[in-house]
Design a protein around this ligand. Structure first.
Ligand code: SF4
Length: 390
């Protein structure tokens, strides 16, 4: 009998979850060792624990860690899984002056940092060149303001310019399959170009947090294992895994939803291959039952952090003996939270199982009351904002 399945059965919110028994068994026998001890801490970044908010925890609001695009919604690559849609909700700052004005505004609104990104040119480079003096000015004027940059592909002088500008965190997607680079990204670059970029970035003083998008090859896993090995060779500050969200894909090149058990097996490999490098699950992943399965396997695999966990997952982690920390942060894009998780692993409040169970029970009760009254039409009632903070 699998002990961990018994533990899952104790979590009310996970009733009827169709877990892969063989995978749970394998995770149970490998994760605790690989995760550096069964009670290694796990940080959750979730707005649903807002009632635990204290003044020591970063504020909850859409402006806490906004994403800013230097190209607005424009991108020359238009990869098949994204079509530049990821840029659309971001704040546009198409010139250095606009960037200065945007940052001055968000700092006044209480932002602690930003994710700076933009659409790529045909070589998968984001053209930050003209922005570096302004980024330096931002860092000199607001030294506590953290800047995470999505670097895309970069050479040594580019990486040096980022460091000199004062950028704190460098993020990039590592792609381990040439077919994916060619077919999904429409790009004439090589897997080696991605490895060289990672190597170059790690050689700077910036914290480097590479991402792997699981299922990037039209929903199938292809180059992920190779991406893991590339990352393990260069030992970055942390690694973020996300799962492809296929809803931006064009109808003629559809993506399937990645199989949750296959994703879970990849988590197990990632934990083993990356050893003590902090491993985080980013907020991008498909929703519904598949998300709950993915999150469950992530906890079982011994990940160190998770943005926006599914219902019941925080309780599961505590029941499995993990030391649970919760940062009740909501963020429209949530990338900032993930990066900071890599930069400061011991943030958030440590909660025990009783507090978590009581909180989850109260929350479910409140939701069921909302359902009862949900049938009454309320004129002018506002829902969650477009940023998804609920
Ligand atoms: S390069 Fe980035 S923003 Fe542009 S389409 Fe691809 S994933 Fe989206």
């Amino acid at each position: 009998m699998n002990e961990w399945l018994d533990v899952v059965a104790q979590v009310e919110a996970m009733e009827g979850l169709a877990l892969d028994v063989g995978l749970v068994d394998a995770l149970q026998h490998s994760a605790p060792r690989a995760a550096d001890g069964a009670d290694a801490a796990i940080n959750f970044y979730t707005p649903t624990f807002k009632s635990f908010q204290t003044s020591e925890i970063s504020g909850c609001g859409r402006n806490a860690w906004p994403a800013v695009s230097i190209t607005g919604g424009d991108c020359k690559l238009k990869c098949d899984h994204c079509k530049a849609k990821i840029l659309e909700p971001m704040i546009a700052a198409r010139s250095p002056e606009a960037l200065w004005n945007v940052v001055s505004g968000i700092v006044a609104d209480g932002a602690g940092g930003m994710l700076l990104t933009g659409g790529s040119n045909h070589r998968n480079e984001v053209e930050y060149g003209p922005f570096y003096p302004t980024i330096r000015r931002i860092k000199d004027s607001y030294p506590g303001f953290r800047i995470a940059v999505h670097t895309a592909l970069v050479d040594a002088p580019g990486a040096r310019a980022m460091t000199d500008a004062g950028i704190d965190v460098a993020m990039m997607d590592v792609i381990g399959s040439q077919d994916t680079i060619t077919q999904v990204y429409h790009l004439k670059r090589t897997v080696d170009d991605f490895e060289r970029t990672l190597e170059t970035l790690v050689a700077t003083g910036m914290k480097v947090v590479p991402h792997i998008v699981i299922g990037l090859h039209y929903g199938r896993l292809l180059g992920e294992r190779n991406a893991l090995e590339i990352i393990a060779r260069h030992r970055p500050a942390a690694v973020v895994l996300v799962v492809v969200m296929p809803f931006y894909a064009p109808a003629h090149r559809p993506f399937v939803t990645p199989d949750a058990a296959e994703v879970g097996r990849f988590f197990m490999q990632a934990r083993a291959v990356l050893g003590d490098i902090p491993l985080l699950l980013g907020c991008a992943r498909p929703s519904g039952q598949v998300k709950t399965l993915i999150d469950t396997y992530a906890v079982m695999a011994g990940m160190n952090g998770m943005a926006h966990p599914s219902e019941g997952v925080v309780e599961l982690a505590a029941r499995l003996g993990r030391k649970v920390r919760v940062t009740p942060a909501c963020c429209s894009i949530a990338v900032g939270d993930e990066v900071m998780a890599g930069a400061a692993r011991d943030t958030g409040l440590e909660l025990d199982l009783d507090a978590i169970v009581a909180h989850e029970r109260e929350r479910r009760l409140a939701l069921s009351r909302r359902d009862v009254f949900g049938s009454i039409k309320v004129v002018g009632g506002g829902g969650p904002g477009a940023g998804g903070c609920a």
